[in-house]
Write a new protein. Structure first.
Length: 447
C-alpha cells in the first residue's frame, strides 16, 4: 500500500502531539529521599513539629535518638568527633556549651550555610545564613552557640526562664497571700524567700512535719538560680579561648553556696530529689508548696500531676530574672546531610515554630522577636490558674546578663552540687564540705 503525503503528515502530527502531551503530563522528577539523623535528649525535639515537617517534606525522614544528657554531650559526642562518624544534628545543652565552643572543628560553621528554597512556602526565605537570622534571637542565648573562633556552631532552641511555681491551695492553708503579684512581693530577696519558707513551716501540723512536708521541693535548686542571676560564674572572659578560672574567687559562687546552705539549715526543703518517683508523688500529694520552675518544667508538672490543674500559679523569682537550661541545635562537621539538616534546623527554630512549642510544651522561645508578639504576651495557661506565663517568663529572661560559660562548666557544677548534697545529707558540715569541693575542683581543672 502506497503511503500518501497526507498519511505521512497525519502520522507526523500524531507523533508530535504524542510527544508534546508526554512533555506536558510527565511527572516532576522525584525529590531525592534523605534521612536526617538527630541526637537529642529530653523533649528538645517535639513530635508535633516533627510530624508537621514530614508533612511539608515527605521525602525527608527523621531518625531521632534520645539519650541522657551527660553521656550525649560527653562521651558520645567526643567519640563521634574523634571518629568523624555520627549524626547530622546534635543537641548541646547550655551547661556543655563552654566545652564544645572550645572545639569548633567538630561543627559546621553555620555562617557558611544558606537556606535552600525547600521551605519558602513555609515562610523561610532562601539564602539565609546564621548571620542573617541572628537578629531574631536573645543575644546572650545566641552567644552559647558561638565558638571561641567566632564561628557559629549552634542555634538556640529555648530559654530555660526560671520563676516560682507555687500551690495556691497550700499557700491559702498556711495563711499566705495567693495572688501571684502579692506572692512575688513576699520575696524580693533570697533571704526573704527563706523567711517565707519558715513561716510556711510554722503552719504545718506535727503530722505534716513528720511526713516530711516542706516549703520547697529541694533547697539545693537555689544554688543554680542565684548563680545565673550574676554576670560571672566559674570563668572570666579574658580574651582567651578558655577564659580565666575564678570559681574560688568569684563572690557570686560563695553567695550562692552560703544562701543554699542557709536554706538547707532552715529546713525549708523536703530533700526529695527532682525527677524521682517521690518527686512526682509529692507534686500530687502537696508534699511541697513551691518549685523553682524553668518554663520547660511546666509541661512536666502537667504530665506528672494532672489532677492538680488550677491549684498551681507562677510568681516572680526572688531578685528577679532567672534561667535554668536551654539548648542549641548544631550540625557536626562530619554530618552526611548538612544541607537537609540546616533546612530542617532553620525551620524548626524559626520564631513561628518556637512560639508553637512554647504554647504546646512550655519551652520558652529563645527567639526574642516573639517577646512583643501578642500571641506570646497574651498567652495564659489554665493549668497554672490562667497565669500570663508568656509575660512572666519574657520579663524574667530579659533581665539577665550574658555569662561566659567555660570549658569545665558542667564538671564544676557537679562538684559543687556534690558538696551541697553532703551537707544536706548531714555527712559533712558546710565548712568541711566547701574545703572538699575546692580540693576536688583542683583535680578537675588540672586533668
Amino acid at each position: 500500500m502506497r503511503t500518501t503525503w497526507k498519511t505521512k503528515s497525519a502520522a507526523a502530527l500524531a507523533a508530535t502531539l504524542a510527544i508534546t502531551a508526554g512533555v506536558l503530563t510527565a511527572p516532576a522528577p522525584a525529590v531525592e529521599p534523605v534521612t536526617i539523623t538527630i541526637w537529642t535528649f529530653g523533649d528538645v525535639i517535639q513530635r508535633n513539629l516533627v510530624a508537621e515537617y514530614k508533612a511539608l517534606h515527605p521525602e525527608v525522614s527523621l531518625s531521632i535518638k534520645k539519650s541522657d544528657l551527660d553521656p550525649l554531650n560527653g562521651t558520645n559526642m567526643v567519640t563521634a568527633c574523634t571518629s568523624k562518624v555520627g549524626p547530622d544534628i546534635v543537641a548541646v545543652e547550655v551547661s556543655y556549651s563552654g566545652y564544645w565552643r572550645s572545639y569548633p572543628k567538630c561543627f559546621q560553621d553555620l555562617r557558611q550555610m544558606k537556606t535552600s528554597d525547600t521551605n519558602v512556602a513555609a515562610g523561610i526565605a532562601a539564602g539565609l545564613s546564621a548571620t542573617d537570622i541572628k537578629k531574631n534571637y536573645l543575644g546572650w542565648r545566641w552567644e552559647h552557640g558561638v565558638a571561641y573562633d567566632d564561628s557559629v556552631i549552634g542555634i538556640p532552641t529555648d530559654v530555660g526562664g526560671l520563676e516560682v511555681a507555687y500551690r495556691i491551695d497550700l499557700f491559702k492553708k498556711a495563711g499566705l497571700p495567693t495572688d501571684r503579684v502579692a506572692v512575688g512581693k513576699l520575696w524580693p530577696t533570697w533571704d526573704a524567700f527563706i523567711a517565707t519558707g519558715q513561716k510556711y513551716l510554722a503552719k504545718l501540723s506535727p503530722a505534716d512535719k513528720k511526713a516530711g512536708k516542706g516549703f520547697i521541693d529541694n533547697a539545693g535548686t537555689i544554688y543554680a538560680a542565684i548563680m545565673n542571676q550574676g554576670t560571672e560564674k566559674y570563668y572570666r572572659n579574658d580574651g582567651t579561648d578558655t577564659g580565666k578560672l575564678i570559681y574560688d574567687t568569684n563572690p557570686q559562687v560563695k553567695k550562692a553556696w552560703d544562701t543554699t546552705i542557709k536554706a538547707t539549715a532552715a529546713g525549708i526543703g523536703t530533700r526529695i530529689g527532682q525527677y524521682t518517683s517521690d518527686w512526682n508523688i509529692g507534686m500530687n500529694k502537696g508534699t511541697f508548696a513551691t518549685i523553682l520552675a524553668p518554663a520547660w518544667m511546666m509541661d512536666y508538672i502537667k504530665a506528672q500531676a494532672p489532677d492538680t490543674s488550677g491549684k498551681w500559679d507562677i510568681a516572680n523569682l526572688p531578685v528577679g530574672g532567672g534561667n535554668q537550661g536551654g539548648t542549641q541545635l548544631t550540625i557536626p562537621s562530619y554530618a552526611k546531610n548538612k544541607q537537609a539538616a540546616y533546612d530542617f534546623l532553620t525551620w524548626y527554630l524559626a520564631p513561628e515554630q518556637e512560639l508553637k512549642v512554647f504554647k504546646t510544651y512550655g519551652l520558652f522561645p529563645a527567639a526574642s522577636v516573639t517577646y512583643s508578639d501578642p500571641a506570646l504576651l497574651n498567652y495564659k495557661d489554665p493549668f497554672f490558674n490562667n497565669a500570663p506565663v508568656g509575660q512572666i517568663y519574657a520579663k524574667g529572661v530579659s533581665q539577665l546578663k550574658p555569662i561566659f560559660e567555660g570549658k569545665l562548666q558542667r564538671a564544676i557544677d557537679q562538684a559543687i552540687g556534690a558538696g551541697l548534697g553532703r551537707v544536706a545529707a548531714k555527712k559533712m558540715d558546710a565548712k568541711k564540705s566547701w574545703a572538699q569541693v575546692l580540693a576536688d575542683l583542683k583535680k578537675v581543672v588540672n586533668n
